[in-house]
Design a binder for this molecule. Sequence first.
Ligand code: 4AZ
Length: 232
Amino acid sequence: IVGGKETSIAQLPYLVYLRQGGFFLCGGSLLSPTVVLSAAHCVYGAQPEDYTVHAGASRLDEAAPVVRGVASFRLAPSYSPTNFDMDVAMLLLKEPVPLSDGRVATIAACRNPPESNAYARISGWGVTRENNREPAVQVRTAMVRMLSAAECRLSYAGMAKLSDSMICASVRGLRDSCSGDSGGPLVYRGQVCGIVSWGFGCARLAYPGVYTSVASARVRSFIEKTLQEIGS
Ligand code: 4AZ
């Protein structure tokens, strides 16, 4: 997160992080005690056994109170690793996480996309500057402004084609998600409405952050279908 501030996981109990091969990789959100919503590009080409999901932790340098293996994951069938269309995945945990102590909770998937110019919350352990290499040790959060589809399309005109599964947000030049925040939530009115997906750099004046739009028809039907299939 660029331009945010440190916070505690007690403020964001739905936020988890993914490790791959023992190393911090991405964020995610708990849709249920056994289901994590994240980005397809966080798990693309890998195997469930490569991952662990860490919940209830504010810091990366302390053992998380809740760690779960991943039994399986599903990527959206139309995920494109070249243009990041449908950058959404769901991970099924081997055992449910306990929802007792205030540090671990679920969050609902968004039904209506946030309106343009509304502010939404992003959070994660991603780098705090575009050129940093190390993730933030303590979880961070920032409020970013939602852009209209037209405003976002214009920002990326000539560089990338935005799909209907993408929404954009940033406070241009100041606040944005960045490397390591991928897969984590953009939260609006208590629901997860975006999944950190991509962007050209971080917090650049001309280039907003791009998020998978959870309320978009194709993403919602993938989420609902997957929840039905796995019975969660
Ligand atoms: C990344 O590299 C990344 N500014 C994530 C989010 C954004 C840019 C890059 C959005 O994972």
